[in-house]
Design a protein around this ligand. Sequence first.
Ligand code: ADP
Length: 407
Amino acid sequence: MSPTRVLVLNSGSSSVKYQLLDMGDGSRLAVGLVERIGEESGRLKHTPAGGDVREWTGDIPDHESALKAVSAELAKDGLGLDSPELAAIGHRVVHGGRRFTAPTVIDDAVLAEIERLIPVAPLHNPANLTGIRTAQALRPDLPQVAVFDTAFHTTMPESAARYAIDVETADAHRIRRYGFHGTSHAYVSRETAKLLGRAPEEVNVIVLHLGNGASASAVRAGECVDTSMGLTPLEGLVMGTRSGDLDPAVIFHLMRVGGMSADETDTLLNKRSGLVGLCGDNDMREIRRRIDEGDERARLAFDIYIHRLKKYIGAYYAVLGRVDAVAFTAGVGENAAPVREAAVAGLAELGLAVDGDLNAVRGDEPRLISPADARVAVAVVPTDEEMEIATQTYALVMGTKGSGNLT
Ligand code: ADP
């Protein structure tokens, strides 16, 4: 029997999230997180399927010791990294530029290309590379696959992907709209089609991925035609800590008049803006609680968040021409009924409405929340980026899907 397990790694600069999945039956064997790598006291949280959470804190100086610690935890349940049942390791890679349009088996040329993209993803790609190199050193014999956050968006037409700036300057610096959260948008748009009982090629879907980071995408017949994040994840919707869209001249103003440096404006817009900048909280649960207590700042933050979201629904409705479904996903999209209700309120003319009772139901399964006679389906479709990465990785190494291309 050929091995069926896939380890999915999502490596950040000081953290590694991981899941071990069995593609034979689609089960999740273990999930975990290593945090504070290289800091004073590292922390590992490991949850084996059907078992108790195991946690420990200690010295985790680098990614190598983090992965070794993960392997040691997995080994306690007979699932260690040296297991012959491991078929591959799938890595989430944030930026694949224009050339990685599909999951790709990692070799030296692929590593070099991920490295070449560091200028457009300075925070993410270096950490992803470290994770890959560390995993390769531990299991050099095993196929390692890169699954790119940007890949799903590479089908965007030039009219959506290009900024209206001088073409030579843009090209010289690889400035264009790449989009992110692609693994989630791909998975959720397919699952939405499944929920409607139709093939992905038959439906047009607006996917609203609302987590701490948030993005919308317009998916026509299974292909992304527009998405709200751009060169970086800063563009688009109001997020937990990011501003999303603003007049670019705000930045010149902050620098010239406010005396802020480029790094300071970067930090302001990425870390101290969005919901947290508007009201001090970025957790939608807390914001709703404050609104219920009559807090005006929380109310305004919520209204600004919804206003932007509604504008994107309208914009993507126009981009697609015909919309079959609007799908809400990620932490806010899956859990915050008031966000879903407010986002489509007043859009009955577009065929969009939410049924109050259905919207109030909680659950882990994809479900419709629009009235039975609605022209456009509104759905809650839980995302599962790790499962999608594992599925794509496994399909690639088993040869059931063509190899990724470094075009
Ligand atoms: P990310 O992966 O971007 O870090 P998630 O998709 O896990 O984020 O979403 C996290 C966010 O989801 C939290 O910041 C919070 O705002 C929101 N959230 C989680 N659970 C709930 C809930 N029960 N009700 C409302 N919002 C929630």
